[in-house]
Write a protein that binds this ligand. Structure first.
Ligand code: PEP
Ligand code: MG
Length: 838
């Protein structure tokens, strides 16, 4: 969401059809006398905050609330028309005056039926009450869901508020050396922009005689700042000093670039000797594959005759932009769910580019001259691509590819073309240049390799291709596009060669190599259903992390020895009412049934913190991650946990149902739940007790493992949160991603202490955080005493194979020495030496 001191994107506070103010059946609102704004005819029963801000006024009758957004815009949210006359009947206000609210936070709940029957209309308004300083521009006039982008708020040029911000703070100036690898390309620039948006002050970077506002990604990239370049930062406004300090840190802290580091150096095709029947390029992702060549072509636009209706074209562009925005949002949430940080960072940058004022303003200006939205968008992107390409930095030139990705996507949305290719599985795709979103789609269709006429080995497509294990060659030259559709080729990515006329022997040899690779994988899969024993006979259970019964079935098919973690949040999120006891019980039973005779560890609900539920308003917290999340919810809403425990006690057989408690910090929390469980068993006439385990994801729990193990049946280490809380680094922080590494010796010491504490009471310890899925960590975890690893379902075969090649006694000896090392990097290096990955 684009939120800075000048512009702000407001998300829909309600779900339902959107109306312009003119259509509102109320003369005062319809005339705009109250201010600019928009209306929604609501279908849901909760009003949510459209942005982050402060509640400045709450109507005594509970039907309206006014917020001040962080950029100074004041918004009146008014539920229904003439609802003041209901005198508060049917409304319940969830926030107080003065409270700080986050974007999407529930503000007000109302009885939909009652209010609808008693008032003139349910049409609800979002009005910009200081319209003299700001302008509101609708993003969509279709139906929206809560949280969809709805309105752009733009500060009017030269407005009083603008002057006030600029005058109300001194200018702060600082200098810093840029640490980002390759300089300020899209992802670091997105981080800078995001950092600046956290403050009210306006911020600029100055380099080499040029300046750019931190609001514009393209502007920032356009400065062509390289790694180790010295830049000047200026911030002006009420919080200039804080903004400056934050920007200096963001500029001088390198982003995680693991995948870049793994990239083989690009080769220059011009320096290669010509070889008949071979195109030379640079390796962007390794691998050797053969298959039919399949050419993809880009969209080309017909000539534009001009004289289009600007209002209509602007609306079409807005609608297309919001379609693409929600597609990218979906990709982002998938990437987040699967913890794919590369993918997440790339598409977050795309989202930021899509809102870039440099692009939008140019497109809008040309639409206003009568150009079609398609051509205006296309020209605006091409103009920016040219700027990037002329900067003389290959890395920035490659970012033009990200812009072209957005060009294609928005054009497809404008032209109403389905964004879908039909490529035969096994094909090697050839294109002028592929974009990140092309790549995601192609990889799902089972293509074997990628080659491009243009492109670079450090492009985002290259990062994604490496992540997906898809061999990829770039910079093969225009000749690539003259090749025949369907001709058999060999792509030797490491050799930088695309062999256009391979002999039958060569094709056979390559196929053999491909087969060998697949066979290894198949061998691992075929042995995935047998228990994993180390060479010296120690049994390690390899279970799966799942979030539904479908995923559980998939895990069983992949050889899982059980479910090591069922995250039950899946049942509670994205809905408007809580699942009742029966629905929960059926869902848990379905997971048990999907797992045959294997055990299933079901974690009680871990919401709170940053995961809010519509129907479960929790108090606003200054530090949600340190607040009422996990088991602490029992303190606030005991009935929710009781209901979940009851649902769990209805499942059969209880011997296979193990209950796991998240975020435990002290023994009393465990004892309390044990007592509740006993009481509920008596109430339900259940004689058997399910096993009860504790997650170790807070340092206090690891340090207290011995005491916890006395009362728990097992312990399961959540390395994701344990890293976050031990290292004091947000697990989702883009700039810290490479440092939130659970192989840090401090974490390993806590894991060792957990295992030692559990051993005193003869309890077993599992790991269900992401570290369990990292094959480099397998010997260390076994060595420290872990006996169960809960991994992502696709990795079961691989991790079991890894276990079978290890000697537990040797793992124990070496792992305890690793505790003395001084960094995660040193631990990883030592692991590569002792237990190389095959
Ligand atoms: C963890 O914290 O490691 C864990 C497994 O729980 P989650 O990722 O659901 O917070
Ligand atoms: Mg956790």
């Amino acid at each position: 969401m684009h939120n800075n001191n000048k512009e702000l994107t407001l998300s829909a506070p309600l779900s339902g059809p959107v109306l312009t103010l003119a259509k509102v059946p109320d003369p005062v609102f319809a005339s705009g006398a109250m201010g600019d704004g928009i209306a929604i005819d609501p279908l849901n029963d909760t009003l949510h905050s459209p942005c982050a801000g402060v509640v400045v006024h709450v109507a005594r009758t509970g039907h309206a609330v006014t917020l001040r957004a962080d950029n100074g815009a004041e918004l009146l949210l008014h539920l229904g028309l003439d609802t003041v006359e209901l005198q508060g009947e049917g409304f319940s206000m969830l926030v107080k005056e003065g409270a700080r609210v986050s974007n999407g936070q529930p503000l007000l709940r109302y009885d939909l039926d009652k209010v609808a029957q008693q008032c003139k209309s349910l049409v609800s308004l979002m009005i910009l009450t200081n319209s003299q300083d700001f302008q509101a521009r609708p993003i969509t006039l279709k139906s929206v869901k809560v949280g969809d982008p709805l309105l752009h708020i733009i500060r009017r040029q030269g407005s009083g508020a603008q002057a006030e911000v600029e005058l109300s703070g001194e200018e702060r100036v600082g200098h810093v050396r840029v640490a980002h690898r390759g300089g300020l390309h899209a992802r670091p620039a997105a981080l800078i922009r995001q950092t600046a948006q956290g403050f009210k002050s306006t911020s600029q970077l100055h380099f080499d005689g040029k300046s750019a506002t931190c609001n514009s990604l393209i502007g920032l990239m356009g400065l062509a700042i390289g790694e180790q370049d010295d830049v000047q930062v200026t911030c002006q406004g009420p919080d200039a000093e804080a903004a400056l300090q934050a920007l200096l840190i963001a500029l001088s802290t390198a982003l995680a670039e693991d995948s870049h580091a793994a990239a083989p150096p690009p080769m220059n095709r011009h320096h290669r000797e010509a070889e008949a029947g071979v195109l030379h390029g640079a390796c962007a992702a390794p691998g050797l594959v053969g298959g039919p060549l399949f050419r993809l072509s880009a969209i080309s636009l017909p000539v534009d005759a001009g004289h289009h209706d600007p209002a209509q074209q602007l609306q079409a562009l807005d609608a297309a932009l919001s379609v693409v925005r929600s597609e990218i949002d979906h990709t982002l949430s998938q990437a987040k769910k699967h913890r794919n940080t590369d993918e997440e960072a790339i598409f977050a940058a795309h989202l930021a580019l899509l809102e870039d004022p440099a692009l939008l303003d140019a497109a809008q200006a040309s639409i206003e001259q009568g150009t079609a939205a398609t051509h205006a968008w296309s020209q605006s992107i091409e103009a920016q691509c040219e700027v990037l390409q002329q900067l003389g930095s290959p890395l920035l030139a490659e970012r033009a590819n990200d812009l072209r990705d957005l060009k294609q996507r928005v054009l497809r949305a404008l032209l109403g073309e389905a964004w879908h290719y039909d490529v035969p599985a096994g094909a090697i795709v050839a294109a002028h240049e592929l974009t990140p979103s092309d790549l995601l789609q192609l990889s799902q269709q089972g293509v074997t390799g990628l080659c491009m006429a243009e492109g670079g080995a450090t492009s985002h497509v290259a990062i994604l291709a490496r992540g997906k294990g898809l061999p990829c060659l770039v910079a093969l030259g225009a000749a690539l596009l003259d090749q025949e559709q369907g001709q058999a080729v060999v792509l030797d990515a490491e050799g930088g060669r695309l062999e256009l006329v391979p002999t039958n022997e060569r094709l056979a040899e390559v196929h053999q190599a491909q087969l060998d690779h697949q066979q290894r994988r198949a061998l691992q899969q075929s042995q995935a259903h047998t228990p994993a024993l180390t060479r010296d006979g120690v049994h390690i259970e390899v279970a799966a992390n799942v979030a539904s019964s479908a995923e559980a079935a998939d895990a069983l098919a992949n050889g899982a020895d059980g479910v090591g973690l069922l995250r039950t949040e899946f049942l509670f999120v994205d809905r408007h009412t809580a699942p009742d006891e029966q629905e929960q019980s059926l869902a848990y039973q379905a997971v048990l049934d999907a797992m045959g005779d294997k055990p299933v560890i079901i974690r009680t609900i871990d919401v709170g913190g940053d995961k809010q539920l519509d129907y479960l308003p929790l108090p606003v917290e200054a530090n949600p991650v340190l607040g009422l999340r996990g088991i602490r919810l029992a303190q606030l809403r005991p009935e929710i946990l009781d209901q979940q425990l009851r649902a769990l006690l209805h499942t059969r057989p209880l011997s296979r149902c193990r209950i796991l408690l998240p975020m435990v910090t002290e023994v009393d929390e465990l004892l309390h739940i044990r007592q509740r469980l006993d009481a509920l068993c008596i109430e339900l006439g259940v004689s058997e007790r399910p096993e009860l385990g504790v997650m170790i994801e807070v340092p206090a729990a690891a340090l207290l493992a011995e005491q916890l193990a006395e009362h728990a049946d097992f312990l399961s280490i959540g390395t994701n949160d344990l890293s976050q809380y031990t290292l004091a680094m947000d697990r989702d922080h883009a700039g810290l991603a490479s440092r939130v590494d659970a192989m840090h010796p401090a974490l390993l010491r806590l894991i060792a202490q957990t295992c030692a504490g559990a051993a005193v009471h003869d309890r077993w310890v599992g790991v269900c955080g992401a570290l369990a899925s990292d094959p480099l960590a397998t010997p260390v975890l076994i060595g420290l005493g872990v006996s169960e690893l809960s991994v992502s379902p696709v990795q079961i075969g691989e991790i079991k194979d890894r276990v079978r090649h290890l000697d537990a006694a040797q793992c124990r000896r070496i792992s305890h020495d690793l505790l003395k090392l001084s960094s995660a990097g040193a631990v990883r290096h030592a692991c590569h030496q002792h237990w190389p990955l095959s």
